[in-house]
Write a protein that binds this ligand. Sequence first.
Ligand SMILES: *[C@@H]1O[C@H](CO)[C@@H](O)[C@H](O)[C@H]1NC(C)=O
Ligand SMILES: *[C@@H]1O[C@H](CO)[C@@H](O)[C@H](O)[C@H]1NC(C)=O
Ligand SMILES: *[C@@H]1O[C@H](CO)[C@@H](O)[C@H](O)[C@H]1NC(C)=O
Ligand SMILES: *[C@@H]1O[C@H](CO)[C@@H](O)[C@H](O)[C@H]1NC(C)=O
Ligand SMILES: *[C@@H]1O[C@H](CO)[C@@H](O)[C@H](O)[C@H]1NC(C)=O
Ligand SMILES: *[C@@H]1O[C@H](CO)[C@@H](O)[C@H](O)[C@H]1NC(C)=O
Ligand SMILES: *[C@@H]1O[C@H](CO)[C@@H](O)[C@H](O)[C@H]1NC(C)=O
Ligand SMILES: CC(=O)N[C@H]1CO[C@@H](CO)[C@@H](O)[C@@H]1O
Length: 907
Amino acid sequence: MRNLAIVAVALNALSFVSATTLARADIDLVLANREDASPPSEGVVNATQAQLNSCPGYRASNVQTTPYSLTADLTLAGTPCNVYGPDLTSLSLQVTYETASRIHVKIADSAGKRYQVPQDVLPRPPSSNVDAKQAAIRFNYTTNPFTFSIIRVGKVSEVLFSTSKTNPLIFEEQYLRLKTTSLPPNANIYGLGEHSNTFRLPNNNFIRTLWSRDAYSVPPNTNLYGNHPIYFEHRTTGTHGVFLLNSNGMDIKINQETSSKTTSVEYNVIGGILDLYFLAGPSPAQVATQYAQIVGTPAEVQYWALGLHQCRYGYTDYVNVMQVVANYSRAGIPLETMWTDIDYMYKRRTFSIDPQYFPLDRMRAFISALHAAGQHYVMMVDPAVAYQPNQNYPAYDQGVADNAFLRVANGSSFLGVVWPGVVVYPDWFHPNASNYWTGQFTQFFNPNTGLDIDGSWIDMNEPANFCSYPCTDPFGQAILQGLPPPRKTSPPPPNAPIVITKRAQTASGPNLLFPPYAIHTATQSLSDHTANTDIVHYGGVTEYDAHNLFGTMMSVKTHDALLARKPGVRPMVITRSTFAGAGSKVGKWLGDNVSDWPHYVNSIAGMLGFATIYQIPMVGADICGFGGNVSQNLCARWAMLGAFGPFYRNHNELGSVSQEFYRWPMVATAAKNAISMRYRLLDYIYTAFHQAHLDGSPVLNPLFFKYPQDQNTFGIDTQFFYGDSILVSPVTGENAVSVTIYLPKDNFYDFLTYAPIQGTGSMVHLSNVPFTSIPVYIRGGAVIPLRQSSANTTAQLRQLDFEIVVAPGVDGSASGSLYIDDGVSITQTQPTTWVSFSYKSGTLTASGTFASTNKVATVSFLGVSRAPKTVQVNGQRVSSYSYDSGKKVVKALVSIPLSAGFTVRLG
Ligand SMILES: *[C@@H]1O[C@H](CO)[C@@H](O)[C@H](O)[C@H]1NC(C)=O
Ligand SMILES: *[C@@H]1O[C@H](CO)[C@@H](O)[C@H](O)[C@H]1NC(C)=O
Ligand SMILES: *[C@@H]1O[C@H](CO)[C@@H](O)[C@H](O)[C@H]1NC(C)=O
Ligand SMILES: *[C@@H]1O[C@H](CO)[C@@H](O)[C@H](O)[C@H]1NC(C)=O
Ligand SMILES: *[C@@H]1O[C@H](CO)[C@@H](O)[C@H](O)[C@H]1NC(C)=O
Ligand SMILES: *[C@@H]1O[C@H](CO)[C@@H](O)[C@H](O)[C@H]1NC(C)=O
Ligand SMILES: *[C@@H]1O[C@H](CO)[C@@H](O)[C@H](O)[C@H]1NC(C)=O
Ligand SMILES: CC(=O)N[C@H]1CO[C@@H](CO)[C@@H](O)[C@@H]1O
């Protein structure tokens, strides 16, 4: 969420200046505000490529090899260039063939003292120590100067990554540079998020900056909330991945090299080490699973979490919230989960409830009623805790008692400004942080005495700060921004910490505030609008190094706190800021987008990044847009597109027009149509989540994942596969009722009519697509389990029987799977159902494990060119079937318990 007040503040500040009767205090505030606005840039150096390229590089010596590893010492190979600070003179190189498809290349200071991403934030995968001869990719190198390349071996060997003498390795105190110049011209590069650019990244003159930032309206070409230094590069010869495990701020520059006619990727990193993983693929989905082996596979989601969610900032009170739930029911739109933003808090303080507007006893009754109706409730939790000394505010008092807040050098709390005014921030590195956070959750969200939530929504965890660096007067800023000021009637004790953060830095030692290399953050400096980067966390890690981890560390603590509340139940947490690996614990929404057509279209690229590259598949954009006023047409389109995003939540900003789906009859119809498809497919996508949890298989697939040889697909990010086989091609044009889509050369079938549609590898114009429909096709080669119909809650849905849809591919065969478990438990205590379907030569076979009380009620065979003479279930003829020669569909009405394997045969 963004702070609307900031806009007003700027205007106020101007009018203060022109007023003739300025009070002294006002002048001070205006000046303070002005000072905050001037871009501090001392110490920043601006080196040219020529200067960088004249650096000496390193020489490798003492090379030691085993069949699966190589180590060497790297020594500075000439006069230090000291472009952005002192060059390190000796480094260590460690290369390990960890699996047949993964090489780990680690270049670090030889003393091993530099910061590395802590093991408990991202545990490193074990190495299987595979013989290099068995690996699909190889590490090759020269010693003087040290350069290296990663080569795909096989029939045709090709260079995937290659450093060179002309672009030497630079390893300085606060600047690391590594550049590969060997990518093909106009390389197809994906990843390096979080960004709101196209899914396939621009590849000339392009800079991706990684530095967590509260980024209202999520502008393209800027650093956003989270950080995922992984890219996939795709060629028709194969896909590979490169992951730089580093949490420091960085610019990754992508360019076309005119001299060599290649694409280059250049890392410019302001700290840490070069910890690289190369992933061989060769299929795009294999790169995804190989990346999951490093960062962890995604957490399993609760079944209900795939239902429809409703939220907004600005629900005034609990009666208002209840009316929204009631209006959804009245409109017949299946609402699964209601959410509440910071509105419920007392003066916007985290872990507090407003006794007048959201009284506890009423809220408890409301939540119980929701639960009784099979619905769910999620509430916002912000990391920043209101600075409220001596006010009997438990979240503050306990954090102080536990020493669990971030502190500046002299030991006083770091003060920022967020929703409640002046705030402090938890230090997730502190040994008491887990207990503190879990304690707050178990007390405030106690199912018996507090708010019995079903999930947690965590926001502002970059961490956000509304006060510009150096934030010399947080109290003044809180007042200026109209945020609840600290209670004036009881002033803090004489020794209360008032923090005036220092702006100057001593000449020696690293400059943690203004490093010589200035990454291209869209904020004025590293510390601007967040916690100061010179803060030292418990244990000595600086915010400079760990800034990009704050959101992920909060995510894990929140996950653990929910687990402590309800042991054994999969925690449902949706976060804004993420780092590599966050998906193994939490889901993510795409942040503060805007209700306009470009954001609607771009939400596909946003989801694809998280669901297919970063291994955080529980992802979705704010449906109908967060900021600004949505139009009926846009909300209708978005209600339908959003139904094919993994996380499906309508969310809106304070002050914007109401946009619940029931507000317009057309949007209600659009939503109902799409929810009906989504709910019938719920077990299909739940199965995809289970598969993702097992091995990292992508839950959404860009077209090129399925057609890696078809160049036309490489840049497509307005169409995608939901799961493996449901092609979604929304109308993308503003207020349009037609769309031109690409259909690869393959069999497709319309999702609603089942009629075959032949893809020919060309564009297809779909005219007359009303605002209540979205083109959805089944890809040939799939067996899709559908629930027989939609339902009002996912609990009801789980009672319904199945329809199995067989959609043969070009070769006449098809396959699919179905996973059913209790939908909530981490460890299943009852037997689960895990069925493989395969179809060939007229016979559908279901095998696997069966423990469901649901039945298969219908089997539909698509693309059947003649009426079958017989239909047999387990060898027994059945008579209740029909054939539609126009649509080429055989529909058999059956009653097959999902308690054993079965066959269905067309004769
Ligand atoms: C650095 O150089 C670029 C390109 O010459 C220029 O646009 C930029 O303003 C310079 N920045 C500083 C801080 O000198
Ligand atoms: C490996 O590097 C050496 C130079 O050190 C070079 O001669 C050789 O061709 C390289 N191998 C491959 C497969 O590129
Ligand atoms: C609920 O619907 C009623 C009847 O249409 C309407 O008057 C009311 O404003 C709606 N309230 C909310 C919160 O949607
Ligand atoms: C942890 O919190 C306890 C009080 O709850 C405190 O006594 C102890 O000093 C804290 N630990 C550290 C390392 O600050
Ligand atoms: C700690 O340092 C801050 C400036 O960073 C200052 O405002 C504050 O007064 C200091 N607190 C104490 C207790 O010295
Ligand atoms: C949205 O609509 C409301 C109510 O009509 C209006 O007050 C507000 O200014 C509009 N916002 C924008 C960004 O147009
Ligand atoms: C949802 O409930 C309404 C009654 O409130 C009912 O008319 C409707 O058929 C139900 N929808 C589904 C999909 O079951
Ligand atoms: C711009 C923006 O869109 N913000 C979020 C909202 O949804 C999509 C795109 O709109 C995401 O990619 C983005 O990060």
